[in-house]
Design a protein around this ligand. Sequence first.
Ligand code: M6R
Length: 599
Amino acid sequence: MCGIVGYIGSKDIKKILLEGLKELEYRGYDSAGIAILQNNELKIYKAVGKLENLINKTKDLKTEGFGIGIGHTRWATHGKPTELNAHPHMGEYSYVVHNGIIENFKEIKKELNDVRFISQTDTEVIVHLFEKYLQDLNDPLKAFKATIDRLQGAYAILLITKADPSKIFFAKKGSPLIVGRDGEEIYFASSDAPLIGHAKEVHYLDDGEWGYAQLGEVVVYHGDRAIDLDFKPLTLNKELAQKGGYRFFMEKEIYEQSDVITETMMGRIKDEEIEFEELDQEFLHGIHSIKICACGTSYHAGLSGSYLIEKLARIPVMCEIASEFRYKEPILQKETLFVVISQSGETADTLEALKMAKDAGLKTLAICNVDNSSIVRLADRTILTRAGIEKGVASTKAFTTQLMVLWMLALYLAQQKGIDPKKISRELEAMRKTPQALKVDPDLHERIRRLSKRYLHGHGFFFIGRDIFYPLALEGALKLKEISYLHAEGYPAGEMKHGPIALADPELFTIALMPKNLLYEKTKSNVEELSARDSTICAISPVAFELADDFIKVQNADHYMLEYYEMAVALQILAMEIAIRLGNDVDMPRNLAKSVTVE
Ligand code: M6R
């Protein structure tokens, strides 16, 4: 996830671009850059790290008078955060900023064999492709259209060129892009926030829309057809705009999951197999087992992943809590692949566990959301989850994207072991439906909001599930604890009868995860045992359960992983709605920090 901005007009361009990027810094801050075209002169500035570095670098730049400009704040997906990899990317006389992932960039790069690429990014192909088409077609608009027609994947693009110095060319597919105007002046941004105070009205571009803008004019096409623009007045509240209209960042992040999971999968699911450019046979050679180490939510994703890898790839996996692992004098064997999972990449316990594994000579792999973080820098290999910045302290999209990487990893390892392609094919079919399973159904949200009022008191919650739904139960309980401050435990459903069932009474709330496709009857018996002892039951399942006091119906029931993902969303919403009713600060719960860099 990155942020992009653009401007056409006579105000101070540098100021508008940098202020706009400041509003988008939450979308990525490992590097930033701006390109300005004024008096037929192109100026470009880039800096690694926080936007502050770019602001310092441009402090003597004067940009009064008419001009056009584009800017970008980066969240690295291809290539390290360096100045060369920072946007805007340049051709001979054109500059581009891009948010998204160009899946076929390698193929395009091969075709452009006479071009010297200077970055490791997928984006750089766009500007070179554009200049090649411009040479052939001698028309910037046609060249831009020919360029975007070649791109596969997701993108929001702004391009400027000396060949047509009064225009910004733009295109959107899969990544957000908004065009705003105030009289003659034109603005672009990835979200509303940079536009507030500048643009009076905005048009939210739809997927497939592209076109150009110049002073006083915006022309948008869908395919070859020019479309009528639907400009609407812009909200004046900045904070609301940053939250995209949601009440909390956590809520926004819950709703984002359906889109970001597509970014996690992008370029990694190819026809009938999984490809990871981050892995190869040599790296995995000699590996007979896997150890996963993580904390909190990342541990829950890891534990879920351990079930998946054992099920699908038949490789033994142990998942451990990093803070425990460090002091237990673990036995580390060279044929074990050591996998750490971390949203932030800075969690001290996980980092220390990784150091121990490295010191013992193990091969290490990080599954992480933050490129260039301490964990990423230390691990031998990294698979980025591409969830974008997560602001809510309670992890949501970090969890579902981590799990997607682990599911893909399980299949990748299964492929390497030559496991039945039909089995892999069935998994891939389900995987492709994940964005749908993660899409929040407003009716379901409303139903959970209403039933949440019954769960504000009582003496505790048990979240129960079996198999991979046990780690999901742990995660559901953690979400509730973190933001509602109510006592909740995750438990394997079959283990309740070995002690915890003694707590059962109407004031003990059982949140039962009852997937249709995995051990339904077994879980049902365990829930019946609790119901017989008068526990209040909230069942989450595709199958109606007559003993449930409350029932949350799951719609995606073709595969247990689709049930898993839909249930994950339901649990996140349940925790959030209970916390809201209790009047808690959902995004910044008491006693917690987003990144735990102490032991
Ligand atoms: O950044 P990490 O994934 O390494 O963080 C690990 C935990 O601190 C984190 O998951 C924590 O449990 C979250 N607040 C959960 O919502």
